[in-house]
Design a protein around this ligand. Sequence first.
Ligand code: PXP
Length: 252
Amino acid sequence: MSRRLRLGVNIDHVVTIRNARGGGHPEPLRAARLAAEAGADGIVAHLREDRRHIGDDDIARLINEIDLPLNLEMAATDEMLEIALRHRPPAVCLVPEKRQELTTEGGLDVVAGARDLARFVTALRDGGARVCFFVDPDFRQLDAVKALDAPAVELHTGTYCDAPPGEKREAELARIVAAAAHADALGIEVLAGHGLSFDTVGPIAAIPSVVELNIGHFLIGEAIFCGLDSSIRRMRALMDKARAEALGERSA
Ligand code: PXP
C-alpha cells in the first residue's frame, strides 16, 4: 500500500473558458495556485496540436511561477518533443491525439507504436522528465511500456467512469485493478485518470498500487457550483478516505 495518494489537477478547462473569448480570464496560473492551496500535488495540462487548451506561454509560466510540478500531456510528435525539451517539465505523459476528438479517446497504442516511441522515452528522460504512457488497462500495453523502460503508466479510467453503475462498471473496475497489479509487479509506477468524479473516484483511490490520480473536467465543472477550492478539497477528502479505508481493511 502506497503512501498518500497524489492528486494532479488538470487545468485545461480553465483555459477552454479563457480561450472562448481570446482574452486572459480566467487565468490558469490563478487556478494552479488555488489548486496548490486546496491540496493538489501537481498541475496537469495538455498541450494539444490545435492549442485549444494551454499554449506555449502557459507552459513556461506554469513551470516558472508555480511551486507544484507540471505534468505535461502531449502527443508523441517531433513538434511536441522539441517544446518539451525546451521547457523541461518534470513529468511528461504521452497521450494519443486526434484533431477532431472532444477529449483523449482511449489510451496510446504502445504495442503498435513501440519502435517510434523508444526515442521519445530516451529524449524526454535525458531532458529530466518522468516519462509516463497513458494506456488502456491492458496487460499487453503494460508489457510494451516495460520493454521501453518507461518508469510510469497512467491507466485510462474513462471507460470505467462512462459505464453505468452495476455490472458493467464493476467489470471495468476489475480490469483496472488487475492492470494496476500487473504494472506494479513489473516495477512500473501506476497513475490513473480520465473522467473521474466524486462518484467514481473512491474505488480507483482504493487500489493499493495507484500513486497518483489526474483529474480535470469534473473539478472545473463542479467549481462553477461550489468554487474550485471546495471542489478540489472534496475530491482530495474522498480520495484520502477511500485510501485510508482500503489500508484499514488490509491491516485488519
Ligand atoms: N489523464 C490524461 C492522460 C488525460 O488526457 C486527461 C484529459 O486531459 C486526464 C487525465 C483528465 O481527465 P478529465 O479531464 O476527464 O478528468
